[in-house]
Design a protein around this ligand. Structure first.
Ligand SMILES: C[C@](O)(C(=O)O)[C@H](CC(=O)O)C(=O)O
Length: 305
């Protein structure tokens, strides 16, 4: 079938350096990160739950929610490979395979599947429950079979949440079993120290490892250069801008509530509104849409837009 996004991600995995993925939960967040020139994006499941559902990351997003969001994000710029959270795969092997096929058709370059029970929770919360290794391996095997069935090379990332309750050795053993079943990349969730991070990457070598940088989580946050030095190939920053976005929303909502209006900030010309709706439409491709319409012979924007 030829998944160009996956081929690009595989090429990036083979190159020197570390792949840094800002976590995005919607089209606007993706647009902002594309504007900054990121070469990859990560669709965060936690962010999707928060942004789309207004709910915590407790396994409440359905496969439909996640596929749709991943497809929206991946569709904004096909030259930027997206890694997407696929949680537990949403069921048994048949469902996991179906999920993987749907992510492939949505244009996703890579996805991760974990060993929590389907009523999962954010990997940085307490009290996680896991499926046994056989069930986890069956999920990975099903994911691998699904991509073969579509003759696709989507990058398969195995995530284990076993560190919290079973310890380091069991977690590494689970990741190794997942790699033997077809996973390309290993993701040890919830590492507690820089030392543990280094030991994990070493234990999994030569399998490339993903590092999860959760703001306010249990893993210390390290810059890309240090993550690379520790042996990681991919660093994801799931909800990295959500604190800022949340606080900004809160501030403006408070202003509207208390004063009945929101003050605009204008640029030096005294007219253009900074961060106004026009600027955001432009970020989201307003000019490109108008130009495309004209090029195709449309007249929708002949009188300007
Ligand atoms: C990586 C993660 O699965 C996500 O949904 O982005 C979450 C991140 C988070 O909760 O901030 C995780 O379980 O680590």
């Amino acid at each position: 079938m030829g998944n160009k996004a996956a081929a690009k991600l595989r090429a990036q995995l083979a190159e020197e350096g570390i792949i840094v993925c800002p976590g995005v939960q919607d089209g606007l967040a993706a647009r902002v990160c594309l504007q900054q020139g990121f070469k990859n994006l990560y669709m965060t499941g936690a962010g999707t739950a928060i942004s789309l559902l207004g709910m915590p990351d407790l396994g409440l997003t359905t496969a439909d929610d996640m596929v749709r969001n991943a497809g929206t994000i991946a569709g904004l710029d096909r030259s930027v490979p997206v890694i997407a959270d696929a949680d537990t795969g949403f069921g048994g092997p048949v469902m996991v395979a179906r999920t993987v096929e749907r992510y492939i058709l949505a244009g996703v370059a890579g996805l991760h599947i974990e060993d929590q029970v389907t009523t999962k929770r954010c990997g940085h919360l307490l009290g996680k429950e896991l499926v046994d290794t056989d069930t986890f391996v069956a999920r990975i095997r099903a994911a691998d079979a699904a991509r073969r069935r579509l003759d696709d090379d989507i990058v398969l990332i195995a995530r284990t949440d076993a560190l919290q309750s079973y310890g380091f050795d069991e977690a590494i053993a689970r990741l190794k079993a997942a790699v033997a079943a077809g996973a390309d990349v290993a993701f040890l969730e919830g590492m507690n120290s820089v030392d543990e991070m280094g030991r994990a990457a070493k234990a999994m070598a030569p399998t490339p490892c993903l590092l999860n940088m959760v703001s306010g989580g249990v893993t210390p946050l390290v810059p890309a250069a240090q993550a690379q030095e520790l042996g990681f190939k991919i660093a994801i920053w799931p909800c990295f801008a959500m604190t800022a976005a949340y606080l900004a929303y809160q501030k403006v909502a408070k202003e509207l509530m208390e004063t009945g209006a929101v003050a605009e900030r204008t640029a030096e010309d005294g007219k253009t509104v900074v961060g106004g709706i026009r600027e955001i439409f432009d970020l989201c491709g307003l000019e490109e849409c108008a130009a495309f319409d004209k090029e195709m012979g449309g007249k929708s924007f002949a009188n300007g837009v």
